[in-house]
Ligand binder design. Structure first.
Ligand SMILES: [Zn+2]
Length: 469
């Protein structure tokens, strides 16, 4: 494959030859060999393919057949009622599956509120945090947990009368075991959607990933449904895949301020992973979660590829602590755009300047990479990059203007190596893997407004996997 007339690192026009999955040659002018296909780039910039360093592929696939139950599609209880009353169960699973719920829509939900909207069909709605499912009575009955004398899984709650109230907190493993999902979700549309954004690699950050999820993802990779390179985080017992395009990633540790783990237990987990030469990735969205994670990592001694996911609130004292340990923060600037208006109302005003920081990490010398957290965030990494540049909410509020990045720095959040997001951004150079994103314009024009519409073509492993019409 020969890509004609591209711009690379400000130099143009250049021709680029891809061979056997690598960038083989870059020169002012290259002649196509016999049978070699030629792709005209017409002066567009050729970038390293984007890497989304924090995403949830299965949930993103499942979302495509789910009902949106929260902002922006559904903003109040009347809209939610309409959405649910029209919904029909998925014929394969027998369930109506709602996602993205937030209490700003209709307050905290329980089985009784859901029964008023959907009395007959089985219904389950996931809270936007991903931690909570709410089921109606028909759903609870189908799972055998609707009555006062039922044995409930840990995390399932009861109301004042002792009846299961339909709220299942962190019961995902149990729900999966009851096979409420239509397995396996079709990953092909997800692979195509990401390819259209110029994404050539993703890290799946799902905490419960184990052998089964790994083999599903690996199969999707082999079949070409997921053309992207994959790094899969997950449980302690997550095996290696044997597929060169699917790498085992960090041990994912999900801590929550509502039940913070004992520091010694957390240390044991971290040290166990490090002994097996495996990094850890700790989920931290609150100040106290970050305090615990930082002190655990400092005590355990770092693995060079340890990560903190989100670091949603990082005040100066914690920034100093993070700067002293070898850790990479993986942030989601897209949340500033998507959730910024609500953050402005709900986050402690004292914490607002420390919300999803960018510049502050760069200045403190803490490595920073980006991910969208889709489906909990929008999967378009260009939106995340533009949000890192502007730091504006959808409603036009500015959040932490001092934390703005230049477009080049925002791009770098998504071009670092998959397996080591703290390392320098990749470059388009001879010998590099041919995972590439071609834009329809030179960088000097693209940088003014970072958007997915600029993507002209995406190459994974040297093959054209997507092109704009
Ligand atoms: Zn996540």
């Amino acid at each position: 494959m020969l890509i004609r007339e591209v711009e690379i690192d400000g130099q143009a026009p250049l021709d680029v030859r891809l061979q056997e999955g690598r960038v083989q040659e870059i020169a002012r002018s290259l002649e196509p060999g016999t049978g070699e296909s030629v792709f005209p780039a017409r002066g567009g910039v050729l970038l390293p393919g984007l890497h989304d360093h924090h995403i949830h592929l299965m949930a993103l696939a499942a979302r495509r057949t789910s009902l949106p139950c929260g902002p922006p599609e559904v903003r109040d209880s009347a809209a939610l009622a309409r959405q649910l009353e029209q919904a029909r169960p998925d014929p394969r699973s027998g369930w109506i599956r709602g996602v993205g719920y937030h209490d700003s829509v209709a307050g905290p939900l329980d089985r009784w509120t859901l029964d008023a909207w959907v009395p007959e069909h089985r219904l389950r709605i996931q809270h936007r945090s991903g931690a909570l499912w709410i089921l109606n009575s028909a759903g609870l009955e189908a799972l055998g947990i609707d009555a006062a004398d039922c044995v409930l899984p840990p995390g399932a709650q009861r109301d004042a009368r002792g009846l299961p109230d339909g709220r299942l907190l962190r019961c995902d493993d149990w729900l999966r075991a009851q096979s409420t999902e239509q397995e396996p979700p079709d990953l092909r549309p997800v692979g195509q959607q990401l390819a259209a954004f110029g994404v050539t690699g993703v890290t799946d950050a799902t905490p419960h990933n184990g052998a089964e999820e790994l083999s599903m993802l690996s199969r999707a990779s082999q079949e070409g449904a997921l053309p992207q390179r994959l790094c899969v985080m997950g449980r302690r017992d997550l095996p290696c895949s044997g597929n060169p395009r699917v790498e085992r990633g960090a041990l994912k540790l999900w801590i929550s301020e509502h039940e913070l783990p004992d520091l010694r237990d957390l240390l044991r987990e971290i040290e166990g992973a490090h002994e097996a030469d495996r990094p850890v990735a700790i989920h931290c969205v609150t100040r106290s979660e970050l305090v615990l994670a930082a002190s655990a990592l400092a005590t355990a001694g770092g693995h060079p590829r340890d990560r903190i996911e989100h670091a949603a609130i990082t005040p100066p004292d914690l920034m100093e602590q993070l700067a002293r340990i070898p850790v990479t923060v993986v942030t989601q600037p897209n949340f500033l755009w998507e959730r910024g208006d609500r953050y402005a109302r709900e986050v402690d005003p004292g914490d607002l300047p420390w919300l999803y920081r960018c510049r502050g990490f760069e200045e403190a010398g803490v490595s920073l990479a980006g991910g969208t957290d889709a489906p909990f965030g929008n999967p378009d990494p260009w939106r995340a990059m533009q949000a890192a540049v502007e730091r504006c909410s959808e409603g036009g509020l500015c959040l932490g203007g001092e934390e703005r990045l230049r477009p080049e720095e925002a791009l770098a959040l998504f071009t670092r190596p998959l397996e080591d997001p703290g390392a320098a951004p990749r470059r388009v150079e001879p010998g590099a893997p041919a995972d590439l994103c071609l834009l329809d314009r030179p960088w000097t024009r693209a940088r003014d407004s970072l958007e997915a519409d600029c993507v002209a073509a995406t190459f994974c492993d040297g093959k054209l996997v997507w092109r704009a019409r």
